[in-house]
Design a protein around this ligand. Structure first.
Ligand SMILES: *Cc1c(COP(=O)(O)O)cnc(C)c1O
Length: 483
């Protein structure tokens, strides 16, 4: 037996918890904890628990979140996440199961996946879904690997993927990772796919076009059926980036628009807390002719029993471990059941109504980038403000002083001084009016006292951080002050 440690002391008396155990000296602690973790030269403050709790609670209150502030982040769908979803996702029957358990022990979980898949198929028109991808970007990768395999199996020589110049950055990145050359298609002055250009671009080597509809300018591609014909006629596939499906829920679907593959960001459209790389689900769905290519396994039902089917002829294989982020699936299913068909349609309509309301109220002071009626998000181009010496970056920072999370800025790349706002359907008229009022005030400040905007934010402990330094010069070593 080696030296007795404080943990041995605790173990002796099984009844007592570690908390009851008398803490040993620093030397004793060092005997059990690797030496690097405990250093006597750390100037740890000697504080009572209450002081520590207050300190951290205060720090926590400095954060922005959907639960505390309006979060009008374009292209991200930061809607309210109903708390009942959390309660349901935390039910023991869901949290206390393990992917290695046998199918007969997890029939409930399998049934949920089965029913959710049916619901998503109904919503999108697709025939089957894989829940494996953990993010929109990974859903895209799964989708484009299916495109590649589809063409390989059919002996098609395909080398190119078409992506609009408004696309989310993940689209061209995914196409490139899947081994394709990217062809960027320039948008028309109206912000839509230029059909003439498309006709010239599409040829026998076009593997697919990656689109989102409404597109990343928040506009509906009205000529989507023509686009679909042009690409399909040359044997290409249509990939639908459905990350932001909010405005179309129950109104139309990608199958009707001619798409072959779809990914949905359940964490955006179907209410899961997201951001900072938290768990997501970029589930990927396909039309009939691509079912065999999905990542295995799929959930099937036979004689009232649910089971995993690994037998997919051309499956691209696994894209991650097990069956995706299961708790996101639970939240999604809870959300869909709670809203029902009419509730989902209403959510879509209100998302579009809110964005158009905001656009109409603000367009006098902030130039709208595209005049066409928008869908769930609207893009302003703050060039007039820029001419007065205030960049859209400054406006975004100033919004923090009004306790509003900065919207998406400088995206899509083709809009100068872009400010992209997505109010979502869950915000009240009062909140949207407050945003409009704050933006109007900021516009007046720009005229009267631009410095107040340029030097903002004024209410945060730190004003402006170097946004790339932490990533470029990562240094996690603790340093003594003054070093
Ligand atoms: C958010 C988003 C993505 C990427 O989704 P992640 O889950 O962040 O990987 C792709 N396309 C569009 C249009 C998006 O808005």
């Amino acid at each position: 037996m080696g030296k007795k440690t404080i943990f041995d002391k605790c173990r002796k008396n099984k009844e007592s918890s570690y908390v009851d155990c008398e803490l040993g000296s620093l030397d004793e602690l060092k005997a059990v904890i690797p030496s690097n973790f405990l250093r006597d030269d750390l100037p740890l403050p000697n504080l009572g628990e209450l002081d520590v709790v207050r300190h951290y609670t205060h720090l926590g209150s400095l954060n922005f979140s959907v639960d505390t502030n309006f979060y009008p982040l374009g292209s991200c769908t930061m809607k309210y996440n109903p708390k009942i979803n959390e309660a349901i996702a935390h039910l023991k029957g869901f949290t206390d199961i393990h992917p290695y358990q046998s199918e007969k022990d997890i029939q409930g979980a399998l049934e949920l996946m089965y029913c959710l898949e049916e619901a998503l198929c109904e919503i999108t028109g697709m025939k089957r879904f894989s829940f494996q991808p953990s993010s929109g970007a990974q859903g895209e990768l799964a989708g484009m690997l299916m495109v590649r395999k589809f063409h390989q199996v059919h002996g098609n020589k395909k080398t190119k993927v078409i992506v609009p110049d408004t696309a989310h950055g993940t689209n061209p990145a995914t196409a490139a990772m899947s081994g394709y050359a990217i062809q960027v298609i320039e948008s028309s002055p109206e912000g839509l796919i230029d059909i003439k250009r498309l006709r010239n671009l599409v040829d026998e080597e076009t593997a697919a076009i990656m689109l989102t509809n409404p597109n990343t300018l928040g506009l509906f591609e009205e000529r989507i059926l023509e686009i679909s014909d042009i690409v399909h006629q040359k044997g290409g596939l249509l990939y639908y980036d459905g990350a932001n499906f909010n405005p179309l829920l129950g109104i139309t679907n990608p199958l009707l628009m001619g798409f072959d593959i779809v990914h949905l960001n359940l964490h955006k459209t179907f209410s899961t807390p997201h951001g900072c790389g938290g768990p997501g689900a970029g589930v990927v769905g396909v039309s009939d002719r691509l079912i065999d290519f999905l990542p295995a396994p799929l959930v099937e039902k036979n004689n009232g029993k649910f089971y995993f089917n690994y037998n997919l002829k051309h499956s691209i294989g696994r894209i991650r471990s097990f069956y995706g982020n299961f708790s996101v699936l639970v939240r999604t299913y809870a959300y869909i059941l709670r809203l029902g068909r009419n509730g989902l349609i209403k959510a879509a309509q209100n998302a579009v109504l809110n964005a158009n309301y905001l656009k109409e109220k603000l367009k006098e002071n902030f130039e709208v980038a595209y005049l066409k009626e928008c869908m769930h998000e609207v893009i302003f181009t703050c060039q007039q403000q820029k001419e007065k010496g205030v960049a859209v970056f400054d406006i975004a920072k100033r919004l923090i002083d009004y306790e509003i999370h900065p919207p998406t800025i400088y995206f899509p790349l083709i809009v100068k001084e872009a400010l992209m706002v997505e109010p979502t359907e869950t915000e009240s008229k009062e909140t949207i009016d407050y945003f409009i009022e704050s933006m109007t005030k900021i516009n007046n400040e720009i005229k009267e006292n631009p410095q107040i905007v340029k030097n903002s934010p004024h209410t945060t402990p730190i004003k402006r951080v170097d946004e790339t330094k932490a990533a470029r010069c990562l240094d996690l070593r603790w340093k003594k002050t003054g070093d």
